[in-house]
Design a binder for this molecule. Structure first.
Ligand SMILES: C[S@@+](CC[C@H](N)C(=O)[O-])C[C@H]1O[C@@H](n2cnc3c(N)ncnc32)[C@H](O)[C@@H]1O
Length: 202
């Protein structure tokens, strides 16, 4: 049975807003593969002619992502260095930090997703950090095609989340409205809920 939509399932909003710009054959990047829900979403959108790169610093996350893809009949291949990466369609599961993104790609990318925080059910100390998150976002902005989008799901409910999300906010607020459209989607009656930032290159 289809899962019931919920107004406050922020990740579903991220998917919806990225689906608007993604087409079969596109390249898309998941900056934080985690348990694979976002990678699977991107792989479905770009299809077999498209390309998905999914980064994570944890083997377990990439294994979970590969399992999730396999359950849907999609193959994911592992990579640990840019030299090994094929320039062909498919899903590439990359065991590396997302702030090394520009070594793996030189564009163009239609969509990025960054679901920040830690692996649900995993080690909460292996968490996204402001320094590498901001570096990855800066690189993503360079690689986006006009009309392409970056979706960031930011969490404030864990100890370092507040600092990281404030720094992401500050980076995006500083982008010129002449070149970027940026929206924020937020649950207004819960202080600890994640929120969504979507950036579109004009
Ligand atoms: C909230 S989870 C991602 C959820 C995932 N997108 C999904 O659909 O299940 C955050 C992930 O970011 C990963 N992570 C933390 N720092 C990272 C980094 N510097 N580069 C890439 N991944 C990182 C963690 O290992 C964790 O798996």
């Amino acid at each position: 049975m289809a899962r019931r939509a919920s107004l406050i399932r922020i990740v579903l909003w991220a998917h919806q807003l990225l689906a608007e710009v993604l087409s079969p054959g596109d390249t898309a990047v998941d900056l934080t593969a985690g348990n694979g829900a976002d990678t699977l979403f991107l792989a479905r959108q770009v299809g077999t002619a498209g390309r998905v790169l999914a980064f994570d610093i944890q083997h377990q996350a990439l294994r979970n992502t590969a399992d999730r893809l396999a359950a849907e009949g999609i193959a994911g291949n592992y990579f640990t260095s840019p030299e090994d990466l094929p320039g062909v369609p498919g899903v590439c599961l990359i065991h590396d930090s997302h702030d090394r993104l520009d070594r793996y790609l030189d564009g163009p990318v239609k969509a990025f997703v960054a679901n920040l925080g830690y692996l649900p059910g995993g080690d909460p100390s292996l968490i996204t950090r402001a320094g590498s998150t901001l570096a990855a976002i800066r690189q993503a902005l360079e690689l986006l095609v006009p009309g392409g989008r970056l979706a960031v799901v930011a969490y404030v409910g864990h100890p370092s989340g507040g600092d990281e999300s404030r720094q992401v906010d500050a980076l995006l607020q500083g982008l010129s409205s002449r070149h970027w459209h940026i929206v924020r989607l937020q649950v207004v009656n819960r202080d600890d809920a994640p929120y969504l930032l979507v950036v579109e290159k004009r």
